[in-house]
Design a binder for this molecule. Structure first.
Ligand SMILES: Nc1ncnc2c1ncn2[C@@H]1O[C@H](COP(=O)(O)OP(=O)(O)O)[C@@H](O)[C@H]1O
Ligand SMILES: O=c1ccn([C@@H]2O[C@H](COP(=O)(O)OP(=O)(O)O)[C@@H](O)[C@H]2O)c(=O)[nH]1
Ligand SMILES: [Mg+2]
Length: 200
């Protein structure tokens, strides 16, 4: 079978870091960057950047989706991620908070590149809510308020969690409980990467 993906898993490694809002995706990615030299791409950060870019045709659409805890149409996010990957000199990428919906997962793997490893950070809504409300005290994010957080939880359960379920069959998913301290969670995440990738 020939693959239509533009990039090959043989030349490049893409890991998806998944988990509900506030599960600690960004925090764990920052630690992996230090130890393993991955390039970290937060889909949410890329969308916020695009939303603020003067002249962006998607600014309003992105802002509305983020405010309502909805998922931005796949083409927008996939285009931003693909551009970053192609522009980068690196061949190791952590994609944080994407794919958030099954069609995005299928499209990205078919058209851009297949993922090598998937981390799912498992966390209760109670803990995520606490973390996000605390983050909201300083983040300035329009979605770190209780009303939007509850909408994000609903979106995660209905649309994003099925992505994790889908990939489970492939054997690529490592589920990591993440309600303990940052260091304790990283002590679970690091060995998964150490087995597959050389440290810096
Ligand atoms: N293991 C942890 N214990 C306590 N707080 C955490 C932990 N991991 C992350 N945080 C904090 O919780 C908030 C959400 O973490 P973040 O990495 O931004 O999550 P995500 O990217 O999944 O939304 C941040 O304020 C972060 O500092
Ligand atoms: O692939 C993505 C990633 C993010 N988002 C939007 O951006 C918001 C914030 O995402 P981010 O990953 O930054 O939030 P986190 O999970 O880290 O709290 C989400 O609620 C969505 O509205 C999206 O539409 N598609
Ligand atoms: Mg994040």
């Amino acid at each position: 079978m020939t693959s239509e993906a533009k990039l090959s898993k043989d030349d490049m490694t893409v890991c998806f870091i998944l988990g509900g809002p506030g599960s600690g995706k960004g925090t764990q990615c920052a630690k992996l960057v230090q130890d393993f030299g991955f390039v970290h791409m937060s889909a949410g950060d890329l969308l916020r950047e695009e939303q603020q870019r003067p002249g962006s045709e998607y600014g309003e659409l992105i802002q509305n989706c983020i405010k309502e805890g909805k998922i931005v149409p796949s083409e927008v996010t996939i285009t931003l991620l693909e551009k970053k990957i192609i522009e980068s000199d690196s061949n190791r990428f952590l994609i944080d908070g994407f794919p958030r919906q099954l069609d995005q997962a299928l499209a990205f793997e078919k058209e851009v590149i297949e993922s090598t490893l998937i981390i799912y950070l498992e966390c209760s809504e109670e803990v995520m809510l606490k973390r996000l409300l605390k983050r909201g005290e300083t983040s300035g994010r329009i979605d770190d308020n209780k009303e939007t957080i509850l909408k994000r939880f609903k979106t995660f359960l209905e649309l994003s969690y099925p992505v994790v379920e889908h990939f489970r069959k492939s054997g690529k998913v490592h589920t990591v409980p993440c309600e303990d301290s940052v260091e304790e969670v990283y002590a679970r995440v690091k060995p998964i990467f150490a087995e597959l990738f050389k440290q810096k």
